[in-house]
Structure formats: structure tokens, C-alpha cells
Design a protein around this ligand. Structure first.
Ligand code: UTP
Length: 232
């Protein structure tokens, strides 16, 4: 059987206020049905995670507790994606695995495994990277709502430019050392996941998941619009 593929879907991709969400979700199902390798999908928390963490923050001054709230939101989003894919007749592993070892086992028996977060101290980027390592995927794809990794945060720096190809060490220079900042905080990729990719020689990719054509190209191993991040 072909090696498994692992795709992180940033929670922002599921935002109900985005137009065309229904079309996006059903096209995602079509795209995954056409894949002939097992696929692990790790879904982020997006708006529900941010909203729930903001709600609890004034009375809960404990990062791990806030992380648990974020994890619950990622699992809610994962359940939405899993049910939609199941409804589209894909062979989806039942239940949302709560650790990457169970998810990797699920990929041995099913076409699709959908999961969210696992434990406090990181984000779903790191979960996807850990799943890719555990399942021996050749690359972990991180689909988010920006087109590329940028040389700096484009919201803060007008000279920031998109990067098409880079190494893991260059990525680490941008995201910083492997520390968990704060619950619900968000950079382009979780630095803890970047360190795990470095330690395990796992190539990554960052691409704009709003355009499913880019996900389809990357899953098929074709050239895609986005940032390829190679070992080195
Ligand atoms: P996300 O993975 O959505 O993180 O998890 P994010 O970086 O805030 O959002 P994106 O990448 O921009 O979509 C939401 C929050 O849930 C907690 C963290 O607090 C994270 O910020 N979380 C998630 C964990 O503590 N552990 C996990 O395994 C996953």
C-alpha cells in the first residue's frame, strides 16, 4: 500500500462565516476519495478554540487548563470533518483518536483517520508532524489560511515576502525556539512541531487550504503553490 499522507487543516478553514464553506467541505470529500493512499487529517481549533479560551482566560490563569479547552475545540472540529467525510462514504476510522499512536494504527485499517489535539503544551501542527513521523509519511502538509511561509509576519512588516522553498533550519530561524507560548497563540507553524520535524528529518509543506487545488496537487506529490520545507 502507498505510504500514508498527513494533512493538518487549520481551524480557520472551517470558519462558518467564510463563504463557500459547504462547497469546500464537499470538494474536500471528493478530493480525498480520489486519493489512493491512507490519509491522516489533523484539524485545528479555529474560532471555537479562540472564543472558548478567551471566555475562560479572565478566571483561569493556567496555560495547561486553557490548552485543554483548546483541545476540546479541535476535537469538536475533527468530529465535524469526520462526520462529513463519513457521510460522503469515505472509509473513516470511527471515533476521534486521542493520541498519534492510535491514529497511526487507524491508518493501517482505514482510508481516513481524523483527529484533533492530544495533550497540553503544543498545537495541532505538532500533532500532525508527530502523526506523520509515527505513520512514516514522507512529508507533513500544513494547510492554513496564508499562501506561504513569509520571511516575517506580513501583518507587521510590509517588506515580508513569501518563500517557495526553504530548509527546516531556516524555518526555525523564523518561528523561533521550541517553546509553547500561550494557549490559542498562533504563528505560521508551531515551533515545537518544527523541532520534531528537524529531529526526525521530516519535510513539511505550508499551503493555502482555502484553495483545494493546492491541497490536491500537494497530496498527489505534484508541484504546488506554497512553501516546501526540506530537511537541512
Ligand atoms: P490549534 O492547533 O488550532 O492552534 O489549537 P492555533 O495555533 O491556536 O491555531 P491555528 O494553527 O492558527 O489554527 C488550539 C489551541 O488548543 C491547544 C493550544 O492551546 C492551541 O493554541 N492545543 C491544541 C493543545 O494544547 N494541544 C494540542 O494537541 C492541540
Amino acid at each position: 500500500m502507498a505510504s500514508p499522507l498527513v494533512l493538518a487543516l487549520g481551524g480557520s478553514l472551517l470558519r462558518p462565516e467564510e463563504s463557500e464553506r459547504h462547497a469546500w467541505l464537499s470538494s474536500l470529500a471528493d478530493l480525498l476519495s480520489a486519493c489512493n493512499a491512507p490519509i491522516g487529517i489533523v484539524v485545528g481549533g479555529g474560532a471555537p478554540a479562540r472564543e472558548a479560551i478567551e471566555l475562560a482566560k479572565p478566571v483561569l490563569d493556567d496555560v495547561a487548563a486553557l490548552d485543554e479547552i483548546g483541545i476540546a475545540a479541535t476535537r469538536l472540529n475533527a468530529a465535524i470533518v469526520a462526520q462529513i467525510l463519513q457521510g460522503a462514504n469515505l472509509d473513516v476510522c470511527r471515533g476521534i483518536p486521542s493520541d498519534v499512536a492510535s491514529a497511526a494504527r487507524g491508518l493501517e485499517a482505514h482510508q481516513v483517520v481524523v483527529m484533533g489535539g492530544t495533550r497540553p503544551g503544543h498545537t495541532t501542527d505538532n500533532v500532525a508532524i508527530r502523526l506523520a513521523i509515527e505513520a512514516k509519511a514522507t512529508r507533513c502538509l500544513i494547510a492554513t489560511n496564508v499562501s506561504h511561509v513569509y520571511s516575517a509576519d506580513p501583518r507587521l512588516d510590509s517588506d515580508a515576502h513569501p518563500i517557495e522553498s526553504m530548509t527546516l533550519s531556516e524555518l526555525q530561524e523564523i518561528v523561533g525556539p521550541p517553546v509553547h507560548g500561550k494557549a490559542g497563540g498562533s504563528g505560521v507553524i508551531d515551533p515545537i512541531g518544527v523541532q520534531a520535524a528537524i529531529d526526525n528529518n521530516l519535510p513539511l509543506a505550508v499551503l493555502d487550504g482555502r484553495d483545494l487545488g493546492r491541497i490536491a496537487d500537494a497530496l498527489a506529490g505534484k508541484p504546488f503553490t506554497g512553501t516546501r520545507i526540506e530537511v537541512g
